[in-house]
Design a protein around this ligand. Structure first.
Ligand code: PTJ
Length: 282
């Protein structure tokens, strides 16, 4: 089982030492996100496999142009309407999601009245407690799924990932999963849950099985989702149900894949597309 290492005193030192990222670096934003994940890996929030998962996500983000695309916005609107009409919405979080967007997750949970449940692939009580602490520091007043509280079981999922909190996922009608693995998403769908996924890879099993797939980076998608929830909050139930029911995930995923395809075709015409800035001769 892969999990984060326990911090030794030497590591505690290195925890406080962060890599300086110059403002002028062309990839500063992306490097800062990496640094955040590394720090949270050292503190025990992120699993070692979480660093690899992030790399895969980054590659897809590159292909998408590192911005929230129109298909992502369309999915976010459907997700907002679905969360607002849900009876028992739950946000199921793992190490990566909390490392990247703890404050944003708490804000979203407050505006949608969704419960936050910690559900780890690489489960350990220590990691659960560390993640709970980060969420509480970000303003969460209730965090489900910690230790013995996760006493219910999801059918058809192997190992410890099967454990869930009876106050959360088992009674949820809508489950938001930022960055989930495919097996669990499939199991949640089989349980009759309406799954909203945030996943940069439109080809992943999670992206394919979810009812609403937001193909975007969690760092952009979660605050945008909160903003759209704020805008839709005043709409009546009928309008919200219309938005949710007219959304076609298959068609929208196709649009996300087509966008990558068209973007790559355009770039393929150019080959080299990054200009090196000319430096004046001394
Ligand atoms: O914290 P734990 O123990 O629950 O473990 C979490 C990981 C991420 C290790 C676990 O859930 C896992 O192995 O996930 P997968 O199967 O690698 O799936 C992660 C998916 O998230 C991949 O499809 C990535 O493309 C995608 N992804 C990675 N970073 C981001 C992302 N999607 C959105 N935003 C990101 N920042």
């Amino acid at each position: 089982m892969s999990s984060s290492p326990k911090s030794t005193s030497k590591e505690q030192d290195s925890l406080t030492k962060r890599t300086e990222i110059p403002q002028s670096h062309p990839r500063a934003k992306s490097l800062r996100i990496r640094e955040k994940l590394i720090q949270h890996f050292k503190s025990g929030v992120v699993a070692s496999a979480g660093l690899i998962a992030h790399g895969r996500g980054e590659a897809f983000d590159y292909l998408l142009g590192e911005k929230t695309t129109q298909p992502a916005l369309k999915a976010i609107e459907a997700a907002a309407a679905t969360l607002l009409t849900a009876k028992h919405p739950v946000i199921s979080v793992n190490g990566n999601a909390v490392a990247l967007a703890s404050k944003e997750i708490v804000e979203l949970s407050k505006i949608t009245k969704a419960k936050i449940e910690v559900n780890l692939f690489h489960r350990s009580f220590e990691r659960e407690m560390t993640i709970k602490k980060v969420l509480e520091e970000a303003g969460a007043t209730e965090v489900l799924g910690i230790g013995e509280a996760a006493s219910a079981r999801i059918p058809e999922v192997g190992s410890e990932r099967r454990r869930v909190d009876p106050k959360g996922i088992p009674i949820a009608d809508v489950v938001l999963v930022p960055l989930e693995d495919g097996d669990r998403t499939e199991a949640l769908v089989r349980m009759g849950k309406k799954v909203i996924a945030i996943d940069l890879n439109p080809l992943s099993r999670t992206a394919q099985f979810a009812a609403i797939t937001i193909v975007d980076n969690v760092v952009r998608a979660i605050p945008t989702l909160t903003e759209i929830v704020g805008k839709l909050k005043t709409k009546n139930k009928k309008k919200l149900e219309d938005i949710a029911s007219t959304f076609d995930n298959k068609k929208n995923l196709g649009k996300a894949i087509d966008l990558i395809h068209r973007r790559l075709s355009k770039l393929a015409e150019k080959g080299v597309y990054l200009p090196i800035l000319e430096v004046d001769e001394p």
